[in-house]
Design a protein around this ligand. Structure first.
Ligand SMILES: [Zn+2]
Ligand SMILES: [Zn+2]
Length: 472
């Protein structure tokens, strides 16, 4: 076991991170080949399994389930187990996650000890180890360097990454110098096994035993089965929170928001928000959303145990939300037919337009754009006669109020029928007018490169309605 604190710091890499140094047990040799370099076969599968983790998270809970058959459930013990479940859960969410992995607030030493002890009661590794992996998870989300990438499957992100051995060289490096300087973290890491036995098993056994004589119930329900439930619940932050729900802030990566995940994980279910704003002490930003971890930290602040609670500015949060809405709009816009872009249309002379109109094609010019309405004549809501009268003519005025002030929907529909742009005056006019009326909105493109056409900005629309001479 390493004894001097200088051993805690390892050689720094150019990006400022250091290699993770286990403070207890043998140092692994990074140069030696790792079992994960070999494919899993019938002969070597057992070497791929992390038997220590498997024992703790699968075998012992199974034994607990079997043993519970002979151990009667006492109400007091059940109530204690649920309360102790929440305590251990807060150790992971308020302690390991929001305090140590993300430093989203500062804690006084008594609160740190309270949380480090609670974290040990959850049996999910030391705060130092957990935070190292979690920082890698945020830095390399969904990539090969993410220790619990959901891209490798829901089951892998939930439990597979612990049951199977992981190549320490694969996990992305992170900076944990701040944790190495935290005496509570270093102490808990060095004395992890003792801490686990004391907090996860001895305390519940003794409490239930000394208070109401239920030693065995305290051990099975308050200890083993409670550990199982808290592990499965908090593992959901790595699996369910990357798989179920909405992505209101960014959809490039897998994190998602869902109230079910929040209920299971003491409020860690607003994971899309969390990955966007990881140093915010909140996961849920609305008062009505379920985030007991946030409430716990807030109460700690009120009683002087926590301070410097970090919040991202509301303005930045709303920017992210708006951009995501815009992205969704752009995706939706890209699925709609807005007509052939003007710059892709052939330029047609007035004479060609007129002669083609006489040769059976029903072409109508509106604001310098030629539209083929052949298939629309019989469906024209205003009847065949009015639209037929416009064929082969410049219908800009009659379309924009001369005969009928056409609706926004009509301009949209008309744009899907455009087939050409008139050479000369009209065509040039369009661009001139767009510029003089400061309608450069007409040439704003969305993130998918599609031109944004807002209501009232269609090119066929003229801003000053022509007097409705004979329309009345
Ligand atoms: Zn995550
Ligand atoms: Zn996180």
């Amino acid at each position: 076991m390493a004894s001097s604190s200088s051993a805690v710091q390892a050689e720094a890499f150019p990006d400022g991170t250091t290699e993770f140094v286990p403070l207890r047990g043998k140092k692994y040799d990074l140069r030696k080949p790792h079992i994960t370099d070999q494919p899993i076969t019938v002969n070597n599968w057992y070497q791929h399994v992390n038997w220590l983790n498997t024992t703790f998270i699968i075998f012992i809970p199974m034994l607990g389930v079997v043993a519970s058959y002979w151990v009667p459930m006492q109400l007091k013990t059940v109530i204690f187990s649920i309360a102790y479940y929440y305590y251990a859960g807060l150790g992971i969410t308020a302690g390991y996650h929001r305090l140590w992995a993300h430093t989203s607030y500062k804690a006084t030493t008594p609160l740190k000890i309270f949380l480090a002890a609670a974290g040990a009661a959850a049996v999910e590794g030391s705060a130092r180890w957990w935070s190292r992996d979690h920082r890698a998870h945020h830095r390399y989300t969904d990539t090969e360097k993410d220790p619990y990438s959901v891209r490798k499957g829901l089951l892998y992100s939930h439990i597979g990454w612990m049951v199977m051995k992981q190549n320490p060289r694969r996990i992305g490096r992170t900076d944990i110098t701040d944790l190495n300087e935290d005496p509570v973290v270093v102490w808990q890491h060095r004395h992890y096994l003792k801490s686990v036995i004391a907090m996860a098993l001895v305390v519940p056994t003794l409490f239930c035993g000394l208070m109401w004589g239920d030693f065995l119930g305290g051990f099975i329900y308050g200890g083993i089965l409670r550990i199982f439930f808290i592990q499965q619940a908090t593992f959901c932050v790595n699996s369910l929170a990357h798989w179920l729900g909405d992505q209101p802030f960014d959809d490039r990566n897998s994190p998602r928001d869902h109230v079910i995940t929040a209920f299971v994980t003491l409020g860690e279910g607003y994971h899309n928000f969390h990955h966007e704003f990881p140093s915010d002490f909140r996961n849920a930003i609305e008062w009505w959303q379920y985030d007991p971890t946030k409430w716990f930290i807030w109460i700690c602040k009120q009683v002087g145990l926590a301070y410097d609670l970090k919040k991202f500015p509301h303005n930045e949060i709303e920017k992210g939300r708006l951009q995501q809405i815009q992205k969704k709009l752009d995706q939706k816009r890209a699925t709609l037919d807005w007509g052939i872009p003007l710059e892709n249309l052939p330029v047609v002379s007035w004479d060609d337009f007129v002669s083609e109109s006489k040769n059976g094609k029903a072409l109508v010019a509106v604001a310098g754009v030629i539209h083929d309405v052949t298939n629309f004549i019989s469906e024209h809501p205003g009847g065949k006669a009015l639209i037929s009268a416009a064929v082969g003519k410049d219908a800009t005025a009659i379309f924009n109020g001369g005969v009928y002030l056409h609706s926004n929907a009509a301009h949209n529909l008309l744009s899907t029928m455009r087939v050409g742009v008139l050479r000369g005056g009209c065509e040039v006019e369009i661009w001139k007018r767009a510029q003089s009326e400061n309608k450069d909105v007409a040439s704003i493109n969305d993130s998918t490169g599609k031109r944004i056409v807002r209501a009232g900005d269609q090119v066929t629309r003229v801003s000053q309605p022509v007097a409705t001479a004979d329309a009345a």
